[in-house]
Design a protein around this ligand. Structure first.
Ligand SMILES: Nc1ncnc2c1ncn2[C@@H]1O[C@H](COP(=O)(O)OP(=O)(O)OP(=O)(O)O)[C@@H](O)[C@H]1O
Ligand SMILES: [Mg+2]
Ligand SMILES: [Zn+2]
Length: 522
């Protein structure tokens, strides 16, 4: 039997539609907020697979509307978030829902929200708050062909980085109401690094490090070729100090890299300052971190430290203390430059092109490199070596022993500084860019075994030395390619077209033979 509603004239509904976006991995997907206001018992219902924050939007929207001088319609209000199958998370739905209610109840003109996306959180008092992932939202709004985007005022400079979009930054729902009504013009927005200045935090300089010529040279070589680096040495020799100075010697981020880093930090909720991020990231997770903390995970996949370090440095201090499981999880991201996290039907892909810098003691007590001080037995050394072996170590091209600086070295002026080393790195990178453009790599570290043997040209003496080291069994095939890559970088630093014998000698010294008790006795 067909059931027909007996009150056809009293249910005339008003429908409003507003586009917003939902963060998905590092991207965002369009969501249409549909609001239907009709006569009936007063009710306010949100449907469409929202998480807890979305369901709680009801209370914030009601409070914000009433406290901003608007009327909250005493009718039946149904909010639908489409598409229904997409899980919606976050608090960015508050503002579009409130605006859709205003449009559906005739309190703002429907046309004013037709070509603009809206994204923002509301407080009960009607203040508009910024949300994570604003840059990703703005880029998606531009791709979707919308004319404009409304966000919280402090997020407007970030949204404007997407370009080609009228960004409206508002402080409150009442202000937005006046703008949508045409009573007030949208405030102008300057894209880029506007907003509050970032904390100055003077970047640490290599000039703070006394002595350590060979360790600083290893930092220079690693940075020049984009090689992963292991600093090995006794406690208090300055390993952590050196690692923190690595981002400073890397080339500046180009525009695309800076946008990518900004998008990542915004989605992760760690963006400060409101504009473009211009420094290379430096991430130093504690050794108790889990595998998913390191590479990303969670019910709605969130980026891990490997992604937060994208285009920058991932520093693993006390490498031997990290869990085997966590270190194994780093393998794919190190190898591929990205990681894919699969949750149910969805796969999130996170980029992970970072430079790995690790530090470790040479043995459990820490003093294997200092004659007579080490208290460890051979089993301790063997255990330590085992912890530092495996797939991760295979990806570390440069290993350097950081020795205790002498009293003279501590008192002497610094051997170099960040600006000098950085200039060398920049020149070496420029040489690589020329040579590697055809191979599709950005720096020597990204050359795989086949490519490195094809691309790297050796002088006769260099070739003979490498062959001798390989034939006498002191190099594995993998180590052979690693030495070749590092030697190429050393030649780039020297401005040489072909790799010379001296470059191979230095590369051999930077491959990090395991510290053995025999060496201690010597
Ligand atoms: N070469 C150096 N030049 C100047 N200061 C140094 C040097 N080495 C160590 N220091 C001083 O010692 C402190 C400890 O250094 P750092 O934390 O880098 O050592 P570490 O090798 O990481 O030690 P641990 O193995 O205990 O982590 C630094 O903060 C610095 O003040
Ligand atoms: Mg340390
Ligand atoms: Zn020891």
């Amino acid at each position: 039997m067909l059931f027909r509603d007996p009150r056809p004239s009293s249910v005339a509904a008003v429908l409003a539609r507003i586009t917003t976006f939902c963060i998905d991995g590092l991207d965002s997907r369009p969501v249409v907020v549909e609001v239907d206001v009709r006569a009936g018992l007063p009710a306010f219902v949100i449907v469409g697979l929202g998480d807890l924050a979305v369901r709680e939007a009801r209370e914030r929207v009601r409070g914000a509307l009433l406290n901003s001088g608007f009327e909250f319609p005493q009718r039946r209000i149904v909010v639908n978030l489409a598409p229904a199958h997409l899980r919606k998370n976050g608090s960015g739905f508050d503002l579009p829902i409130a605006c859709a209610v205003l449009a559906a109840s005739g309190q703002v003109p429907a046309a004013s929200v037709a070509r603009r996306a809206i994204h923002g959180e509301l407080s009960l008092t009607g203040e508009v708050r910024g949300c994570r992932g604003t840059l990703a939202v703005a880029e998606a709004a531009r791709r979707a062909g919308l004319d404009g985007l409304v966000v919280a005022r402090e997020r407007a400079p970030e949204a404007a980085l997407a370009g080609d979009l009228e960004v409206v930054g508002v402080g409150s729902l009442a202000e937005l109401g006046r703008i949508l009504d045409g009573a007030e013009a949208p405030p102008p927005v300057a894209p880029g690094p506007a907003g509050p200045p970032r904390p100055p935090g003077p970047a640490p300089d290599l000039a703070d490090v006394r002595g350590q010529w060979s360790a600083i040279r290893a930092v220079e070589v690693a940075a020049a070729g984009g090689h992963n680096l292991l600093l090995r040495g006794a406690p208090g020799t300055g390993k952590t100090m050196l690692a923190r100075r690595v981002p400073g010697v890397l080339p500046p981020l180009d525009r695309d890299e800076a946008i990518e880093v900004t998008r990542i930090q915004s989605v992760a909720g760690i963006l400060t300052g409101g504009g473009l991020v211009e420094e290379r990231p430096f991430r130093a997770p504690h050794h108790t971190i889990s595998a998913s903390g390191l590479v990303g995970g969670g019910a709605s996949p969130a980026p891990g430290e490997a992604t937060l370090a994208h285009h920058g440095v991932l520093f693993l201090d006390e490498l031997s203390e990290f869990g085997r499981h966590a270190l194994d999880a780093l393998r794919q991201p190190l190898e591929d430059g990205h990681v894919t996290i699969i949750r149910g039907q969805r796969a999130a892909r996170f980029p992970t092109r970072f430079m790995l810098v690790a530090a470790t003691n040479p043995c459990p007590c820490g003093y294997a490199s200092e004659p007579g001080r080490c208290r460890c037995g051979e089993p301790d050394h063997a255990r330590h070596r085992r912890r530092l072996s495996g797939p991760l170590m295979d990806r570390i091209d440069v290993v350097v022993d950081v020795e205790r600086p002498s009293a003279d070295a501590l008192a002497a002026p610094p051997v170099t500084d960040t600006a000098t080393v950085r200039a060398h790195v920049l020149a070496a990178r420029a040489r690589q860019a020329e040579r590697l453009a055809a191979a599709g790599a950005a720096c020597n570290a990204h050359l795989d075994g086949g490519a490195v043997r094809r691309v790297v040209r050796l002088e006769a003496a260099a070739r003979a030395l490498l062959a001798r080291s390989y034939d006498d069994g002191s190099l594995s095939a993998r180590a052979h390619d690693r030495v070749l890559r590092v030697a190429r970088t050393i030649a780039d630093l020297a401005g040489a077209d072909a790799v010379a014998e001296a470059h191979v000698v230095e590369a051999l010294n930077l491959r990090g033979e395991p510290v053995s008790p025999a060496r201690r006795a010597a």
